[in-house]
Design a binder for this molecule. Structure first.
Ligand SMILES: Cc1cc2nc3c(=O)[nH]c(=O)nc-3n(C[C@H](O)[C@H](O)[C@H](O)COP(=O)(O)O)c2cc1C
Length: 180
């Protein structure tokens, strides 16, 4: 069976470590690509196996072309700057170019915007993208999952993103009630 190709990117918002953690938790069955920014390079002290890395300024990277056949992309976290560029069709770096390719090829694109509070401009951009089928999934925790640590909270949001990517996972405690 063909390996699915997933691109992970983190733009310059708080929580830039989330991209690295996603890569660490993705199963071996996935072909992993990571677009590195100056910020994420600093976090990349971690050892990562089986990940193809691309510099954000390398607009000629494989993942910049629709013909490469990326199946899904997740930008986590996604800054308001990157969100705005994607909503306006600007492709001035590899992250925004790859996102534009996902949109034109009608492939799955998940954005995890990180800001608090969201401005009306950011909400307008999210609304525009959501109506085009882009999944807006910010790193928001749920309290039913009973996380006690930051690590568990991160696993909860990554588990939700994996659900959207249709990657089986046991990263969080799912909602359960006794049915009578
Ligand atoms: C420490 C720090 C934290 C930041 N956190 C956020 C954030 O959570 N969300 C956001 O939209 N921008 C945040 N910014 C601002 C972005 O980094 C800035 O707008 C930058 O231009 C984004 O560029 P990029 O989209 O190319 O990564 C932060 C900046 C710094 C220095």
């Amino acid at each position: 069976m063909k390996k699915s190709k997933i691109v992970v990117a983190s733009s310059g918002a708080s929580g830039v470590n989330l991209g690295v953690k996603i890569l660490q938790l993705l199963p071996e069955s996935v072909e992993k690509h990571f677009i590195m920014t100056e910020n994420s390079k600093k976090v990349l002290a971690h050892e990562m196996h089986n990940v193809t890395t691309h510099n954000n300024d390398n607009i000629a990277a494989s993942v910049a072309s629709g013909s490469f056949g990326v199946d899904a992309m997740i930008i986590a976290p996604c800054s308001m700057n990157t969100l705005a560029k994607i909503a306006c069709g600007i492709s001035d770096n590899l992250i925004t170019r790859c996102a534009a390719v996902m949109i034109k090829e009608q492939k799955k694109l998940i954005l995890a915007p990180r800001e608090m509070p969201f401005s009306a401009i950011a909400l307008e951009n999210m609304h525009k993208l959501a109506t085009l089928g882009i999944i807006i999934a910010p790193p928001v925790i749920a309290y039913y999952s009973n996380q006690q640590t930051l690590d568990a909270m991160e696993n909860f949001v990554i588990g939700k993103w994996f659900d959207l990517l249709e990657i089986e996972n046991n990263l969080y405690q799912r909602w359960q009630i006794e049915e009578s």
